[in-house]
Design a protein around this ligand. Structure first.
Ligand code: NIG
Ligand code: FE
Length: 408
């Protein structure tokens, strides 16, 4: 593979430190090079600097003209649910008419409607679905994505979901404890089955386990049982917590040493203070709160309290049919009151930390993965400023153009 030089970039912008997770003031610290270049050697960044300092290059070097473009790190979506069949457009219309997400869930719609469609899709159908969703994410600037199972809730479909996510290049998370399927007697009986029959195989395919800790889903005792069993199998731990109610997700996440607790729309001052003192990252999903017309998570207060925060989409068919991290960055700025710099670090280096990859992805610096987004904008902050705008010009993944309009 020849080297790749992206030349004449208007701005090259990256979180300044890789000491993840970045907290407090460090979250806003960026390195910025104006009139710069990025040189990639295969899948790795070799050098970053000012055009004026670029020495002549020997050998085979392909070039991308970065004139008028700004480079930011490839975005990292650390929370998505891409393995599903069907859609929830009917439910979306009902919600527009006033039905609530929790009511629809309790009536056997919601997640369980997607479970039915996902079981029907079959492994091939699921692979095609995840591949399509991966393409949407890539075109929006996401070069690394995590994907959860959780719409199968039987052995075959949970494992097929994890395989489909891995086949599309995603980081697979086992979310067997997403909901209790109709054939199970109750949540405890379902967990018995999950831990005995699904977890041993799922643990070979997944890197992490996740649980939906919420009224109407799983309670803290059930969450603990599931997560402790998953930890025994070597999986790192994540939780969906405080989406509608505070059901004990933050204390459990801290006690078990989880990587993250995600959502936090309902988190109060005590939970915030506890999270801030801990090593657990809070993953904020403002597009999901917007899509469900729910309160926003307390992003500004969490950062000011010293908590580690990341941003993600929560892409899924029910609570957030949105794959765009630039839209999430806009919402982080307008709704969570994070600066564009904080938002960028939260969906690059801190999101990479949640996935255990902050030593290799999330920054534009020598030795990091050659994953970049080139923005067609006079200033990199247009990524957040131009709400749902057409700012992502080109996406570079592993040192090659993966999406967009740049020509060599
Ligand atoms: O993160 N909250 C639970 N799970 C997903 C939504 C799943 C669905 O509605 O299909 C979430 O929002
Ligand atoms: Fe989610």
């Amino acid at each position: 593979m020849p080297k790749l030089l992206i030349r004449d970039l208007r701005q090259v912008v990256s979180p300044a430190s890789g000491e993840a997770p970045l907290r407090g003031g460090a979250l806003a610290e960026l390195d910025q090079v104006d009139a710069g270049y990025v040189l990639c050697d295969g899948a790795t960044i070799e050098a970053v600097g000012r055009m004026a300092d670029l020495a002549p290059l020997d050998g085979d070097v392909a070039e991308v003209d970065g004139a008028g473009l700004c480079a930011i790190p490839g975005l990292v979506d650390c929370h998505t649910h891409p393995a599903f069949g069907g859609d929830r457009v009917e439910e979306f219309s009902l919600r527009a008419g006033g039905a609530s997400y929790e009511e629809l869930h309790a009536a056997g719609g919601g997640i369980l409607a997607t479970v039915r469609a996902t079981r029907e899709a079959g492994e091939e159908g699921l692979r095609r679905a995840v591949e399509r969703h991966r393409g949407w994410m890539l075109r929006a600037g996401t070069t690394t994505f995590e994907g959860k199972s959780g719409y199968g809730l039987d052995c075959e479909t949970e494992l097929a979901s994890l395989r489909a996510i891995a086949a599309a290049g995603g980081v697979p998370t086992f979310l067997g404890a997403h909901s209790t399927p109709p054939e199970a007697e109750d949540a405890d009986a379902y967990l018995d089955f999950l831990l005995a029959d699904v977890l041993p195989e799922a643990a070979r395919l997944a890197e992490a386990a996740d649980v939906f800790l919420e009224r109407g889903a799983f309670d803290a005792a059930q969450g603990r049982r599931y997560l402790e069993a998953c930890r025994e199998y070597g999986l790192s731990l994540r939780l969906h917590g405080d989406q509608f109610t505070e059901a004990g997700a933050i204390p459990l996440a801290i006690e078990l040493g989880a990587r993250s607790v995600d959502h936090l729309e309902a988190t109060g001052p005590e939970g915030m203070a506890a999270l801030a003192r801990s090593g657990v990252t809070g993953v904020l999903l403002p597009a999901s709160a917007l899509f469900l017309d729910r309160p926003m998570p307390p992003g500004r207060a969490l950062v000011d309290a010293g908590a580690a925060v990341a941003l993600a989409t929560d892409f899924n068919p029910g609570s957030c049919f949105c794959e765009s991290l630039p839209v999430v960055m806009s919402l982080a700025a307008t709704q969570l009151k994070l600066s564009p710099a904080e938002a960028l670090a939260a969906c690059t280096v801190n999101a990479a930390h949640v996935l255990g990859r902050a030593d290799r992805i999330g920054r534009i610096a020598p030795g990091y993965a050659a994953d970049l987004v080139l923005l067609d904008a006079p200033d990199w902050r247009y990524a957040a400023y131009h709400l749902a705008g057409d700012v992502v010009a080109t996406v570079i993944k592993d040192g090659a153009v993966a999406a967009g309009r740049a020509a060599y």
